[in-house]
Design a protein around this ligand. Sequence first.
Ligand SMILES: [Zn+2]
Ligand SMILES: [Zn+2]
Length: 308
Amino acid sequence: MTGDLTLYAENRKNRPYEFVHHTKMKTGTGENCPFCGGHEGWTTEAVYQDGADADWQIRVFPNMFPAVSEENREAGSETFYEQQAGIGRHEVVVDTREHLETIDTFSEERIDRILAVLQERSHALQEEHTAYVQIFKNCGPSAGMSIRHSHWQLIGLPLVPKRIGNMAEKMKQADCLFCKMLLHEQKEKIRIASETKDFLAITPYASRFPYEVWIAPKLHRRSFCEMTPKERKDLTHILWALLQRIVGIREEIGYNICIIDGPKNEDFHWHIEILPRIGGFAGFEYATECYINMVLPEKAAEYYRDKK
Ligand SMILES: [Zn+2]
Ligand SMILES: [Zn+2]
């Protein structure tokens, strides 16, 4: 009725969940954690690892409880509904071998290496039978994190999700509406959170979450995968600096980092959306897809610009 999609993955109900209500982020040991250094045999076989088992810092492997799968999952047979088999690829990128380390404490050099691996893996997934690759990171239980150990996920989907498709259409309308929006924001200045030579961070005019912030290449660039190492260094700097401010919003803040990339073979203006999980979705939001936000984006931008 709405065009929204649901991905059924019954296997995911078996996955471990490490948080109980009010669990703090930085507590617990990694003794039962499949992502910790030394537990390599507990996961599926790595498709990438940047060092030996004793000293890797980044390790990539297929998700043990994938939301989509390479096996031939069958679509339902009721032709009344639109449907498609959930074929794709779901990978996990563990970005530290230490159980309690969080991304906001990583050096810029380390974040740069992680982004490079994400580019490589996303490219590899696009080469397979996927139409769109979603890269995301959940930080904290309020952001949907089920295993505390820092990691990213990539899900290669057989179709382009509605939100991404809608954005691609909008961008096309005005010879990239996104480019025009960035020019408008540079002129107005009030919603600029941070700026480097190649990237602009803005708090969107219609932010869904308090302190929501988007990082985008200033020039029209269709894909995260096509970013040059020089551009990536610039992105790393702005991302690192924003993370320092995000963890300062409040104690134990949960947030998502989502890389909104161009669908395969389609024009787009790729960007990163960082969503601090304050307040968040309740009945009204689910019913209407209209958001109640208690912080104006201009105030949020002021907070980010204030480097104290
Ligand atoms: Zn761990
Ligand atoms: Zn553009």
